[in-house]
Design a binder for this molecule. Structure first.
Ligand code: GCU
Length: 615
């Protein structure tokens, strides 16, 4: 074994294997979707690599001639290379691989992506590779040089490729592995399809050497000022940065500190506050040195007082629905403007002013569209079911996903709730873990509310919401399935709720499976009539809960899940949608729609008669 190889291998081992640190060389460029970019979407060659052979040799050591080098097989005696991207099939990016090729439908493992691209370098600029999302683990190389590694399937990130990219012809190789991990977030089992791949947009973004990478603008608690801060990378202390709202001919210029950050405040007089009924958005322009950025933002305050959620100081009731990022009609990961318009359009049609984006951050188009359509948003990280809460590695992964989520969406006016977790089993380790996340949220974003979807403790018809985590939440989320996983729809009529907290309660899930078009008696499971009956009994029950301030029934549209295998009914889909994956509206859709219409009319009538605890 030659010496040089040994050292080389060690460098590679540390540099790019799945071993060791899962995350390096990534950041999140705020408002990246408004930056000029060269899209890398389209057809990418791929190689399926279930044994990680493109990365490791037979002794599980990192190969020096790994697939990341994008080698070209030679002819004649030297041709030992056993792969060739240029002759390999292609997959569309963005898109999960499962729905693109029957043979990949159930595939979980490593898959290599490769494409060539031409690039024009701009002097004194940096270049970032922007990944909208890659499920689950990713390593990226540009021209054979590793540029970053990332873990987490649902958050955007950016990798600095300035030292690896060059003018003219380039190639990029990305390894993505969607293997479920015991210490992953999410962990081994989840009730959704583990769609793998480069599931959202991929592009190259150029920024000047000194550039704005982060900012936060929000309405002050008193609703008298628009305040916030900006961070500029590679800035000189004292350098000016300006923030302006051209439509209000308002702007401020402030000097950056030694940390490249500056805080500012502008008067908010004349600003129309954002509400679901009037989702007014404003152009925002930020500028420093050679860098300039435009954004579109709305301004509102959100807070709790007692058991009320106050939007701009007035009580608001959240008429919502839960949504998975499942693409309508074509199935697979939702990732287009069309997907966002269809899903959120249905939510509006239902009479919603609010949506729960479950169980992970959705494509940025969803929150942008919610800003525009006037839908309040519950956003969540996939701390889902039985995570290994005692494991600090798991906590670090959850914290990283949380900070990526908040950094991307903290300027989205629609987002009002950061959810820490869903249906996690009680234990001291779990509660400590989630309390740590709650503290993280408050230090990253003190302008929004912290919540989580809690489980309910049952004693017959008595239901208890007394999870100790409730102390650390601003809003209590609770999931209950009376009439489906327990009892009959009628049991809701005689259910008594015991909620240990004088805080607003959102019923984050209830519902039932129904196969669209399957009809029968209201007592017959899997029929539309049974699902509708669940809603008819649930809604009046919930309305009696004094702290009841919102709901997001499970779920807007049927979605794929390997846990749902009842032939002829589920066929690999969770059928709790009010709409089938092919757009058929079930009876329950109209039951909820008419109730929401009623409640909306009531809320409008009471709007000016603000009294504590009304909905
Ligand atoms: C759970 C869970 C969902 C799941 C749903 C169901 O409550 O949060 O992810 O899909 O129930 O069982 O349908």
């Amino acid at each position: 074994m030659d010496r040089r190889f040994i050292t080389g291998t060690l460098a590679l081992l540390v540099g790019c294997g799945w071993v060791g640190q899962a995350q390096s060389g990534t950041t999140v460029l705020v408002n990246a979707d408004h930056r000029a970019a060269q899209s890398l979407n389209g057809d990418w060659h791929y190689i399926v690599d279930p044994y990680d052979g493109g990365l490791y040799n037979f002794h599980r050591e990192i190969r020096k001639d790994g697939f990341f080098l994008n080698g070209v097989p030679e002819t004649g005696s030297n041709g030992l290379l056993e792969y060739d991207f240029s002759k390999s099939p292609t997959l569309k990016v963005p898109g999960d691989w499962n729905m693109q090729n029957e043979s990949l439908f159930h595939y979980e493992g490593l898959l290599w992506y490769q494409r060539d691209f031409a690039y024009q370098l701009i002097a004194d600029h940096k270049t970032f590779l922007h990944i909208g999302a890659a499920n689950y683990k990713l390593i990226a190389w540009v021209n054979g040089e590793q540029v970053c590694r990332h873990e987490g399937g649902f958050t955007d990130f950016d990798c600095d490729v300035s030292t690896s990219i060059h003018g003219g012809k380039n190639f990029i190789v990305i390894a993505v592995d969607n293997t479920r991990l015991a210490n992953g977030v999410p962990t081994l089992n989840m009730d959704w399809w583990n769609y793998g791949g480069l599931t959202r947009d991929v592009s190259l973004i150029d920024v000047p050497g000194t550039y704005i990478d982060d900012y936060d603008l929000h309405l002050s608690r008193e609703r008298t000022a628009i305040e916030g801060s900006v961070h500029v990378q590679n800035a000189v202390a004292g350098e000016a940065v300006s923030v302006s709202l051209p439509e209000l001919s308002r702007s401020v210029s402030v000097g950056l500190g030694t940390d490249g950050r500056a805080s500012f405040s502008l008067s908010s007089s004349g600003v129309a506050l954002w509400t679901p009924e009037q989702p007014r958005l404003y152009k925002v322009h930020l500028e420093t040195g050679k860098d300039a950025l435009d954004d579109t933002m709305g301004f509102r305050t959100i807070e709790v007082r007692g058991t009320d959620i106050l939007l701009n100081g007035k009580p608001v009731f959240l008429r919502g629905i839960s949504i998975h990022a499942e693409a309508p009609y074509r199935s697979g990961r939702a990732n287009s403007q069309q997907d966002a318009d269809t899903l959120l359009g249905w939510a509006k049609e239902l009479g919603c002013n609010y949506v729960r984006l479950a169980h992970y951050p959705h494509d940025e188009r969803m929150t942008r569209t919610a800003d525009r359509l006037g839908l309040l948003v519950w956003s969540e990280i996939p701390v889902y079911w039985a995570e290994d809460f005692a494991n600090p590695v798991v906590l670090a992964k959850a914290q990283q996903q949380l900070s990526e989520e908040i950094r991307r969406d903290r300027n989205k006016v629609s987002v009002i709730l950061w959810s820490l977790a869903n249906e996690t089993p009680l234990s001291p380790e779990r509660t400590t873990f989630l309390k740590t996340l709650a503290a993280d949220v408050r230090s990253l974003d003190s302008t929004r509310l912290v919540t989580a979807a809690l489980l309910v403790r049952s004693k017959g018809h008595d239901k208890y919401v007394d999870d100790p985590l409730g102390e650390s939440l601003d809003v209590i989320g609770m999931n209950e399935y009376i009439g489906w996983y327990e009892g009959t729809p009628q049991d809701a009529d005689s259910t008594h709720w015991h909620i240990a907290y004088q805080k607003p309660v959102i019923v984050s899930e209830f519902g039932a499976d129904a196969k669209a078009g399957l009809h029968g008696a209201a007592t017959e499971r899997w029929t539309e009539e049974y699902q509708a009956s669940i809603f008819r009994h649930q809604l009046p029950m919930l309305a009696k809960i004094p702290q009841f301030r919102g709901l997001s029934p499970w779920i807007l549209m049927d979605f794929r899940s390997p846990m749902r295998q009842l032939p002829g009914i589920q066929d690999g889909f969770n059928r709790k949608g009010l709409i089938s994956d092919q757009g058929q509206k079930k009876q329950a859709f109209f039951v909820l729609q008419s109730t929401y219409k009623e409640w909306e009319a009531e809320a409008a009538a009471k709007k000016n008669l603000y009294t504590e605890g009304d909905h």
